[in-house]
Design a protein around this ligand. Structure first.
Ligand code: DQA
Length: 149
């Protein structure tokens, strides 16, 4: 593949309530509304010559269906599971089935917040975690993913 060609598709999955960023605490999540966050991720991907497909769902089953699709198609994942991070063993089991890298991302730094956010059931089955850089967490994950794939 030539260096100018976009390389294989990366699924960027976002979990519950991330579509409502405009109503959430900007001190944690930054000041981008969800559509602006999607545009930011797409712009970063273009700059890095990566191909992204950015999706959001509030529904655990939908996220699991997308993870199964990624496992079947060997797609790399950048994943913000949002609150599911802290308790969804079903999502953890789906991430564990992935063959390509999965980078867990968070806009905020959950370790500096309430105690229930200190547990991630996803981290142990992810390639790595990037948290606390607001929208730039996704850019850093794309840079890391480019090295991995
Ligand atoms: C989050 C952190 C989670 O604790 C929280 O439930 C979210 C967003 C983040 O991006 O910082 O919804 O994943």
């Amino acid at each position: 593949m030539s260096s100018s060609a976009a390389i294989s598709k990366i699924l960027v999955l976002n979990g519950p309530n991330l579509s409502r960023l405009d109503l959430r605490d900007q001190n944690y999540y930054g000041d981008l509304k969800y559509p602006q966050l999607v545009s930011y991720i797409e712009k970063c991907a273009i700059e890095l010559k990566l191909n992204v497909d950015v999706r959001q769902s509030d529904d655990e089953a939908q996220l699991i269906t997308w993870l199964h699709e990624a496992a079947d198609q060997n797609l790399p994942i950048i994943f913000n599971p949002a609150a599911f991070t802290h308790y969804s063993y079903a999502i953890r089991d789906a991430v564990a089935m992935l063959k390509a890298p999965c980078i867990e991302v968070h806009l905020s730094n959950p370790l500096s917040r309430e105690e229930f956010r200190h547990t991630s059931v996803i981290s142990g089955v992810s390639t790595g975690t990037i948290a606390g850089f607001k929208e730039q967490s996704y850019k850093l994950a794309l840079i890391a993913m480019k090295e991995l794939i």
